[in-house]
Ligand binder design. Structure first.
Ligand code: MG
Length: 442
């Protein structure tokens, strides 16, 4: 079969769950016992050897619903021409976002939107593989006018027009080869959340914070928001462990009301927090603006649960955030994240992506690296979150070197999981969960 005639033959989905709640890895003020999970999919093609891999991150039983949502999109994808799909991922994005029976469940938010993101990202994975480039480079090399065509300006044109986007991307190309070389040499700055999970003892927190500094990180993050006395004690321990020159962010995972967020953050003032993350509901734009005024000079950060480009637009228009934390798998994939990166560039707000979960580091590194090479052109005050969990399940796991993400060079989105991990952790019939259930019945 010729390459031009190649079609998508199947969208295979997998419900993958890791028993992370056993070690309290990933525990925070709103998620005391998370089993990190991925609704994972593979686009099979008739052309081999390329496949498209995508996923979205969920927790435990949420994955039942998320996998069903991906399954609901299958009919839009199977049978499509691989070449046409890869030449214009935006066409599929529009078809998925515009499916009126599914759109009613959003619009453009929540479970369906995350499912769309997983499918769209799998197409970008496939397109970049066929081009022989990692996604960051595929984007950085793309014609700016084509990138603008990939963006849905509906609902954001009052803040960012296609002409402005084209200007930003065209400007962003100046000096791109030099920055790509620099990126390959030095990597992209990272910060680590590994020391600061809420369920960890003070001893473990102190040890991991010291290790983070020794490993070259210049920023760490602590979970807060369950108990103020505990937070004061943990922030003191962490600040003593890292010294005055390391940035220490704190993350409340949406725990507070607006007034409470201001009071609680101010109570941690003595430990010089760099940003307060997710102080309240991710939907509360004016609340974030009030918190930002109330906690200055502590910065306000949010984004990992921001549903779409429209909410990000309003956060920026309202002057509600200092740091924009986009997530590779929360919105509708690369297409919508291009819009969000451009909005951030227009408003001059640094993007420090959310990562961790399952495979979010592997995905999101590409977006920041593209932004550095061919959009904002800088890494100043920009860091990608790093969490040292579950990377061993990926074929091309992220590599952290002296506090930096090393730029991936393998073609694609570095999204593929090892077959052995898929077989072991697929729920409920993978080897791990079968053994668990047998034990539980014994
Ligand atoms: Mg967070």
């Amino acid at each position: 079969m010729s390459a031009t005639a190649a079609r998508i033959t199947a969208v295979d989905t997998y419900d993958i769950r890791f028993p992370t709640s056993r070690e309290l890895d990933g525990s925070d003020a709103m998620n005391p016992d998370p089993d990190y999970s991925a609704a994972y999919l593979v686009l099979r093609t008739s052309e081999g050897p390329h496949e498209g891999h995508g996923f979205t991150f969920t927790i435990g039983r949420g994955n039942d619903v998320q996998v069903a949502a991906v399954d609901a999109l299958r009919e839009h994808v199977v049978g499509r021409s691989v070449a046409e799909l890869c030449a214009d991922p935006g066409a599929l994005y529009h078809a998925l976002v515009g499916d009126s029976q599914l759109r009613w469940l959003g619009p453009e938010k929540g479970v369906m939107h995350m499912a769309i993101g997983a499918v769209v990202n799998a197409v970008w994975d496939l397109a970049a593989k066929r081009a022989g480039k990692p996604v960051w480079q595929f984007l950085a090399d793309a014609d700016p006018a084509w990138l603008v065509d990939q963006i849905d300006f509906r609902y954001i044109a009052d803040a960012l027009t296609p002409a402005e986007a084209l200007e930003l991307l065209t400007k962003g190309r100046q000096g791109a080869p030099e920055r790509a070389a620099e990126l390959l040499r030095r990597g992209y700055p990272a910060y680590t959340t590994s020391p600061g999970w809420l369920g960890y003892s003070d001893e473990k927190l102190t040890r991991l914070a010291q290790e983070a500094v020794a490993d070259g990180f210049t920023q760490i993050k602590l979970k807060v928001g369950a108990d103020l006395a505990d937070d004061i004690r943990r922030c003191r321990a962490a600040r003593e462990a890292v010294g005055p020159d390391i940035r220490m962010a704190v993350d409340a995972n949406q725990r507070w009301n607006v007034d409470e967020a201001i009071a609680w953050t101010k109570a941690l003032d003595a430990f010089d927090p760099y940003w307060i993350e997710e102080p309240t509901s991710p939907d509360d734009i004016l609340g974030h603006a009030a918190i930002r005024r109330g906690v200055h000079p502590v910065r306000v950060a949010t984004g990992e649960h921001v549903q779409n480009r429209i909410v990000f637009k309003q956060l920026l228009q309202a002057g509600a955030i200092d740091v924009l934390q986009l997530d590779a798998a929360r919105v509708a994939g690369v297409n919508e994240n291009l819009a969000i990166l451009l909005l951030a560039a227009k408003f001059g707000i640094p993007v420090c992506p959310h990562a961790g979960g399952v495979g979010l580091c592997e995905l999101v590194q590409h977006l920041s690296m593209f932004d550095y090479v061919a959009l904002s052109g800088t890494t100043r005050d920009r860091v990608i979150e790093f969490v040292d969990h579950l990377h061993e399940h990926f074929l091309e796991p992220v590599v952290i070197d002296r506090g930096h993400y090393r730029a991936p060079t393998a073609p694609g989105f570095t999204a593929a999981m090892k077959q052995d991990s898929i077989d072991t952790y697929t729920y409920p019939h993978g080897a791990f969960w079968t053994a668990e259930n047998t034990e539980a019945r014994a």
